[in-house]
Design a protein around this ligand. Structure first.
Ligand code: 5GP
Length: 194
């Protein structure tokens, strides 16, 4: 049984905007929130672990989960499948935790339909130039992959107005403080509604 007092937060934004760093820092500051572990068909990067960073699945396994209706949302992102398993989110909510989904814009819009009470936050870079330079410094993608991610970023930015909040990641500490306020406000509203 899902604890309905718990909240689901969705964090999206273009690749390289710093969602991962912001989410990690938010989790450190707000212990009642847990990060949902997504499933993906992308190959693990050096240092990534199955079950900690992602559930790394084959395309066949992923498609079986789609057919069985196991996903809250799923999407093809940068030519790999990514999805949030219902079982993972339900287990976390049932355990009394609020849950953060760090997912792409297509997934976020599906969550909004499936869970209208979820709080959607879009993380924006200060500029497209800054985003390109962060991706280059991260150096985890091939040149081809990098230009694909930058091109996708332009399409993603257009959808920012579909979110409940937009946070500009100009400075990590400031942006996390803003996220913390969003979480506290959402929780406060929820308590006030009851
Ligand atoms: P990365 O390969 O860099 O870990 O993630 C690539 C993109 O996939 C990021 O924008 C990330 O937010 C998104 N992503 C990660 N997990 C999920 C998921 O479960 N669902 C969706 N729709 N996108 C995801």
């Amino acid at each position: 049984m899902v604890d309905t007092e718990r909240k689901v937060f969705v964090i999206s934004g273009p690749s390289g905007v710093g969602k991962g760093t912001l989410t990690q820092e938010l989790l450190r500051r707000v212990p009642s929130i847990t990060h949902s572990i997504s499933a993906t068909t992308r190959k693990p990067r050096p240092g990534e672990e199955n079950g900690r960073d992602y559930f790394f699945l084959s395309i066949d396994e992923f498609k079986r989960h789609i057919e069985s209706g196991d996903f809250v949302e799923w999407a093809l992102v940068h030519e790999n499948y990514y999805g949030t398993l219902k079982s993972v989110v339900e287990r976390m909510l049932a355990g009394g935790q609020d849950v953060i989904l760090e997912i792409d814009v297509q997934g976020a819009l599906q969550v909004r339909d499936a869970m209208p009470e979820a709080v959607l936050v879009f993380i924006q870079p200060p500029s497209m130039e800054e985003l390109a330079s962060r991706l280059e410094i991260r150096n985890t993608e091939t040149d081809e992959e990098l230009s694909r991610r930058l091109k996708n970023a332009e399409g993603e930015m257009v959808l920012a107005n579909k979110y409940d909040y937009v946070v500009i990641n100009d400075e990590i500490d400031r942006a996390v403080t803003e996220l913390e306020e969003i979480v506290r406000e959402a929780k406060h509203k929820k308590l006030g509604d009851i």
